[in-house]
Design a protein around this ligand. Sequence first.
Ligand code: 5GP
Ligand code: ZN
Length: 140
Amino acid sequence: MHKDDCIFCKIALGKVPAHKIYEDDDVIAFLDISQTTKGHTLVIPKEHFDNYLATPQEVMHKVMDVAQHIGQAQIYVLGAKGVNILTNVNKEAGQSVMHFHVHVIPRYISKEGFRIEMKENPNIKDLSLPALAEQIKKGL
Ligand code: 5GP
Ligand code: ZN
């Protein structure tokens, strides 16, 4: 299924141009327009799913397989020293295009482009980690 107002559906259908790197029946990969670092690539399912969590497992696996190959190519061909592979789910997490996509971002120099910083929660002492672990476990 595709959504008429979705920019990534349009790219998947060839209605909007993109610099394609890979394409098969289910998955397409193309350069991100922002090029946060040189070679920044997006991998998407051709079918529309809103985000990673809403994507059927079989499709998600295909997307992640392609992301792995692209990360390897960024190291071997572009000479990247590292790669960030990430996906945002919903706007609170920074998702701006509501069609599942995986960012594959080659890294050449530490701290160039962007940085993900895992800060320690200042209220950590108020959290019960055993209770929290149990709570999440119950949702599996
Ligand atoms: P998000 O913020 O949803 O995780 O990432 C969306 C990404 O899509 C951004 O990095 C943005 O640069 C990229 N993007 C948005 N519109 C287009 C477009 O029309 N073409 C391409 N190639 N990338 C796009
Ligand atoms: Zn879409």
